[in-house]
Design a protein around this ligand. Structure first.
Ligand SMILES: *[C@@H]1O[C@H](CO)[C@@H](O)[C@H](O)[C@H]1NC(C)=O
Ligand SMILES: *[C@@H]1O[C@H](CO)[C@@H](O)[C@H](O)[C@H]1NC(C)=O
Length: 411
């Protein structure tokens, strides 16, 4: 009887969750299947300077499914700009979910892996670094200091960076980045379906002036005692303390027998440190019984603060774009999603990245092993042709760095 009763409940739960997913509103979804080129517009940005990079339509060097392709930056020291259009919408009263996957197959030392949402009124052919955007989100790596997830919101025509540090993934595998913005002005940042940060737009960005400020009129009261310690009035200088000399004549010293006053000059007794001498007198300090703590100006309501209940609203969202500068290419984007339902986004991530991640890891490990074996065979050859081989030079640098890191890890 028990089980019979439980089953219908379970079924209706499943039905409910399917319903929730079925009712998700998807504004844009791109899995980079055939025909993607008709949906994306490559910008002419940087073309006349010959520094616009080409995209490679590929599943990359390692992957969990050769047929699951994305677009990958394919030339070093290049700018990349590409965008796609979707029906314009506003996220007012809606949850906004922005998600994509990114894989840095190169060992990325400096470059972005972020994407942008943009409003109406842009020319996709001219999309570039100066094109105003609404949201910029995703990983950014440069050197050892920058390894973070950007979450930049444009408010009142100003770009505001998130104030919290959100570390990004730094390996050479696919990761899914998700940004969720809710009508209650809260947000979440997920990596691989795991929440890494959540909070409020009010506290984690400086979109509005602060709600409260220090009262600029307030002054520290005259009688405010902010000395934590005071000299101990009970502690007085012992009588004669200052008369104790630092040095005294050495009582054990004797004028040598063969001292000749005529030749050696007048003999003087050598001095020694006086054991009675205790240094200059210092009065003891005690806790000040009248100590009131550090004075702080009282906080008052900021007259410049005006709440904006639409702080989370982007009235026009119409394009999604990638705009990057890359020193080393090899960043592969895939599975771009803009929708109103975190659950739908989660399912999509599971169905794509989640399904293939183990096979991708195996393929990557295999590729690493092969590369290691190739470079083991290399030295004999490279001696003969060392002069013109840039790649070998790079390898040397990398090897030194790896050795340093290994040494560091051992500490
Ligand atoms: C595109 O990527 C594939 C897989 O990594 C690679 O074999 C091919 O050489 C790349 N093509 C270009 C033009 O970079
Ligand atoms: C918008 O930005 C301008 C210029 O920075 C500033 O003067 C104005 O007070 C801002 N408005 C709001 C509502 O923050």
């Amino acid at each position: 009887m028990e089980t019979e009763r439980r089953n219908p409940t379970l079924l209706s739960l499943i039905a409910l969750s399917l319903l929730a997913i079925a009712s998700a509103e998807v504004f844009f979804e791109e899995r980079f299947t055939d025909g993607w080129e008709s949906r994306w517009v490559k910008s002419d940005w940087k073309k006349d300077e010959n520094v616009a990079g080409e995209w490679n339509y590929t599943s990359g060097k390692w992957h969990g499914d050769a047929d699951d392709k994305g677009i990958q930056t394919s030339e070093d020291y290049r700018f990349y700009a590409i965008s796609a259009e979707y029906p314009e919408f506003s996220n007012k009263d809606k949850t906004l979910v922005f998600q994509f996957s990114v894989k840095h197959e190169q060992k990325l030392d400096c470059g972005g892996g972020y994407m942008k949402l943009l409003g109406s009124g842009i020319d996709q052919k001219k999309f570039g670094g100066d094109t105003p955007y609404s949201i910029m989100f995703g990983p950014d790596i440069c050197g050892y200091s920058t390894k973070k997830v950007h979450a930049i919101l444009t408010y009142n025509e100003t770009n505001h960076l998130i104030k919290k540090d959100v570390p990004c993934e730094t390996d050479q595998l696919t990761h899914v980045y998700t940004f969720i913005l809710r009508p209650d002005a809260t947000y979440s940042i997920l990596i691989d379906n795991e929440e890494k940060r959540t909070g409020s737009l009010y506290s984690d960005w400086d979109l509005l002036p602060p709600k409260e400020i220090k009262d600029p009129e307030a002054k520290k009261p005259e009688d405010w005692d902010d000395k934590e310690y005071i000299p101990d009035p009970e502690d007085t200088r012992p009588e004669g303390y200052d008369d104790i000399p630092k040095e005294i004549p050495d009582p054990d010293a004797k004028k040598p027998e063969d001292w000749d006053d005529e030749e050696d000059g007048e003999w003087t007794t050598p001095t020694m440190a006086n054991p009675e001498y205790k240094g200059p007198w210092k009065q003891k300090k005690i806790k000040n019984p009248n100590y009131k703590g550090k004075w702080k100006a009282p906080m008052i309501a900021n007259p410049d603060f005006k709440d904006d209940p639409n702080i989370y609203v982007f009235p026009s969202l119409k394009y999604v774009g990638i705009e990057l500068w890359q020193v080393k290419s090899g960043t592969l984007f895939d599975n771009v999603l803009i929708c109103d339902d975190p659950e739908y986004a989660k399912e999509l991530a599971e169905e794509t990245w989640g399904k293939h991640k183990d096979a991708e890891k195996t393929a990557f490990d295999e590729a690493e092993k092969n590369e290691a074996e190739e470079s083991k065979d290399d030295p004999i050859d490279s001696d003969a042709e060392d002069a013109d081989d840039d790649a070998d030079d790079d390898d040397d640098v990398d090897d030194t760095k790896d050795a340093d890191e290994a040494a560091h890890d051992e500490l």
